[in-house]
Design a protein around this ligand. Sequence first.
Ligand SMILES: Nc1ncnc2c1ncn2[C@@H]1O[C@H](COP(=O)(O)OP(=O)(O)OP(=O)(O)O)[C@@H](O)[C@H]1O
Ligand SMILES: [Mg+2]
Length: 234
Amino acid sequence: MYAIEVDNLTKIYGKGETAVTALQDATFKVKPGELVAILGPSGSGKTTLLTCIGLINEPTYGRVVIDGTIVADGGWHSSIDLKRMRREKLGFIFQAHNLIPFLTAQENVMVALEINGLTRNDAKRRSIELLNALNLGHRINNFPSALSGGESQRVAIARALANRPRVILADEPTAALDTENGKNVMDLLKKLAVENNSAIMVVTHDHRMVENFDRILEVSDGRIVGEQSIVDIN
Ligand SMILES: Nc1ncnc2c1ncn2[C@@H]1O[C@H](COP(=O)(O)OP(=O)(O)OP(=O)(O)O)[C@@H](O)[C@H]1O
Ligand SMILES: [Mg+2]
């Protein structure tokens, strides 16, 4: 079974004369454990693709199947519980990290775990393990206002990965990070792909990251134009 199946996925923003076709007939499959990069110029539809798969943005046409469940088939599938599906199957790393301002770094990660039924002690243990892996062991008791942009981004990454989701979607997760922390994030994603058999799709402009992936999907003008060798990308 595939972790992600996308068939003729199309997203049109707006109606009539101002309508924008941001994504047209995207079709591909991702296996469990596969790490896929999405590359393409600004405005080509990368975020649209990710948010349609991530149950944040309703597709206009086409089908999306996550872990065997049809979530969209010409709009959301009628029987789908989007919130539950997002919580149980998906980890989403956004360009803007939305940390809860009145919780510490560690508590921001713990809420995601406790919502999914972990005991407080297990949530504490797992959150520390994740924050350590992201070089944030010394920041667990800090509030978001006392964290740098890159530190906040890494807390948001820890939170998205906390529940070992089957599908991880990340929109430029390393853009705000230096080389070392960017590498830590990629290492953690690779580890999750192997250990949990998670399917991972990452939008990136960062050429240093590309060698980490199993496959590259190239998006141009709302269409998936195929796979391209690393040297040709730009
Ligand atoms: N909410 C929206 N309403 C209308 N048009 C939108 C909306 N979001 C995106 N678009 C348009 O859809 C197209 C694809 O946008 P998208 O954000 O998916 O591109 P992207 O590849 O992620 O770009 P970037 O690399 O700059 O993040 C663009 O033409 C954009 O202007
Ligand atoms: Mg984008």
